[in-house]
Ligand binder design. Structure first.
Ligand code: F6P
Length: 324
């Protein structure tokens, strides 16, 4: 293998830069040219390429975001778009592609790999942790720490004013961020897409919480929650039905995607980046690298994309016990 291209695609996640650095430096170590592609799969179509050497990625291990920029490309969904991308790869004699992103990016990469026989390896980078084949996606740990820091601060106001706060955290289809930050911040209730407790039960639990002598209440809500109301509607609903509560809403939003990656995410990104290059050197393709039982391992992209992720039931049980 002579030329490897690397790109970041989909939502940015802290640690993506550490993964780019690992890919670039592994390529240099093994004397392979590394080409950075800007703006994800869209950059492949537009030929937005830059050769990257080991010094081009200095100091980025500690930086959030992605130096290669990211995008969600609609054009790459079309066969014409992918054909243009292939022309660019051919022109630069690229014989392997590493995609750092989530399942949308992997789906595009897999179709492309099958269509043009281009070796593709995926590195899971998303704060949502919603990919099968890895216990942790790059960015998840940092997002948890960012969100928990924010919820701890909200708790100060909640206790000072004896308030109930609905705190919305990210996670489009998955409750991993909500469940983990909820437990970590001692939330009274956690609402996740994987488990719809229903409005009557929510009211009952909040009532019980108040009666038990608690002076504040935090309900962490995953943005993809399936309870049928968004956080603002939930707030109104609870105020109407439980007038004893003074309710506020806080939506944490994109702050959860930014900031310096945690040490865990930097190390994870470094391990997965090195492995991705080594897999291409071995002639492997259509695999995702991930962490399974604390070891770097691989999963077919096909499986990673189609797999149903689920939250740890044990965490739900723990949260129920501890919120008494
Ligand atoms: O997939 C990562 C994520 O941050 C989700 O948690 C969130 O729903 C989505 O991206 C937001 O996307 P955008 O930045 O395009 O609004």
């Amino acid at each position: 293998i002579k030329n490897i291209a690397v790109l970041t695609s989909g939502g940015d996640a802290p640690g993506m830069n550490a993964a780019i650095r690992a890919v670039v430096r592994s390529c240099a170590f093994y004397e392979i040219n590394c080409i950075g592609v800007f703006r994800g799969l869209q950059g492949l179509i537009e030929g937005d390429f830059k050769v990257l050497g080991p010094r081009d990625v200095k100091y980025i291990v500690s930086k959030g975001g992605t130096i290669l920029k990211s995008a969600r490309s609609k054009e790459f969904i079309t066969p014409e778009g992918r054909a243009k991308a292939y022309e660019n790869l051919k022109k630069h004699e690229i014989d392997g592609l590493i995609i750092i992103g989530g399942d949308g990016s992997f789906t595009g990469g897999l179709i492309f790999s099958k269509e043009f026989d281009i070796p593709v390896i995926g590195i899971p980078g998303t704060i949502d942790n919603d990919i099968v084949g890895t216990s942790h996606t790059i960015g998840f740990d940092t997002a948890l720490n960012t969100a928990i820091d924010a919820i701890d601060k909200i708790r100060d106001t909640a206790t000072s004013h004896k308030r109930l706060f609905f705190v919305e955290v990210m996670g489009r289809d998955a409750g991993h961020i909500a469940l983990n930050t909820g437990i970590g911040a001692g939330a009274e209730e956690i609402l996740i897409p994987e488990e719809n407790i229903g409005l009557p039960k929510l009211l009952e639990k909040l009532k019980r919480s108040k009666a038990s002598g608690k002076s504040s209440c935090i309900v962490v809500v995953s943005e993809g929650g399936k309870i049928g109301k968004n956080v603002f509607e939930l707030s109104e609903y609870v105020e109407e039905n439980l007038p004893e509560y003074d309710v506020r809403v806080s939506v944490l939003g994109h702050m959860q995607r930014g900031g310096a990656p945690s040490c865990f995410d930097r190390v994870l990104a470094s391990r997965l980046g090195v492995k991705a290059v080594e897999l291409l050197m071995l002639g492997k393709s259509q695999l995702m690298v991930g962490l399974i039982n604390d070891q770097v391992d691989t999963t077919p992209l096909e499986k990673a994309i189609k797999g149903e992720t689920s939250v740890d039931e044990e965490l739900i049980r723990i949260s129920d016990i501890l919120s008494i």
